[in-house]
Ligand binder design. Sequence first.
Ligand SMILES: [Zn+2]
Length: 297
Amino acid sequence: MKNPLILCIDLDEWYHGRWATGSAKSRWKNTKDCFKDYYHSTKPNGEIIEPTNQILKILKKEKIKATFFILGEVAEWYPELVKKIAREGHEIACHGMHHYDLTLYSKDDFVKDLVKSRKILRKLSGQKVLGFRAPNLVIPSWLGEVLNEQKFAYDSSVCPSRNVQGKNRDQTAVSCNPYRVSEKSMLLKGKSSLIEIPIPTFPILKLPGAVSIATRIFGLWWTKITLDHTLKTGAACFYLHPYEFNQAPKIDKMKFKERLIFRRAGQPMTKIFEKLLKQYRGRIISAEKFVTEYFTE
Ligand SMILES: [Zn+2]
């Protein structure tokens, strides 16, 4: 078989975006403040359900099993949705408890949240929950050590990108294909038990290419060049979010950069997703399947 494409869906909402909450420069301090201000409530209003169902329907039609990275807080708000995703045969993986840059956590506080979120996901899905993705792909130096200690089989947080908005530092030297990480750093190849599934970048330019935000901003050609280039030498990973199938939130005075994040959101995103699945038909698998059946290093 040709090198596989690993498909992931991060069950984030628009308010988990770094511009809205979860980083030092966010519009709101946390989701609690955001919900109070935007929904006049202590909880979100279920906008994630409809587009997640839409994604599940498309995946069922295409007979594809994917990986869903889910936050502990999202699982607490929408337990039935997590159960449904697991029931339909998709992999449940961990995206942390809250969508905050991990550099805002101490190592010990993060471990507590990681254990808590994994427990919630295990209980709802009946799965082992083998994979982790850091919110906003922000990686503190201790993350690899923690994931090894907690016996995660793989991580998918490294983006071999230039420094974009202080997020990825400079990770341009890292492979875009999956690799076994070193005990010292997740950015280096080595012999620890943890496998890294990176998010590929556009060749030479080294800008994010295999995430649907980039696909919507630049166009499908951008992602296709990124994936085809990466797939020449090994497996590649692509991910998207349910909120992209909805319209942008109605917020006053959104900055240009914030509006750009929602370019072609809604109906155009459905078309982009369906086209992408068609382009790579027959070679799309979940991260768990890749790690357990394909990875040989
Ligand atoms: Zn996320």
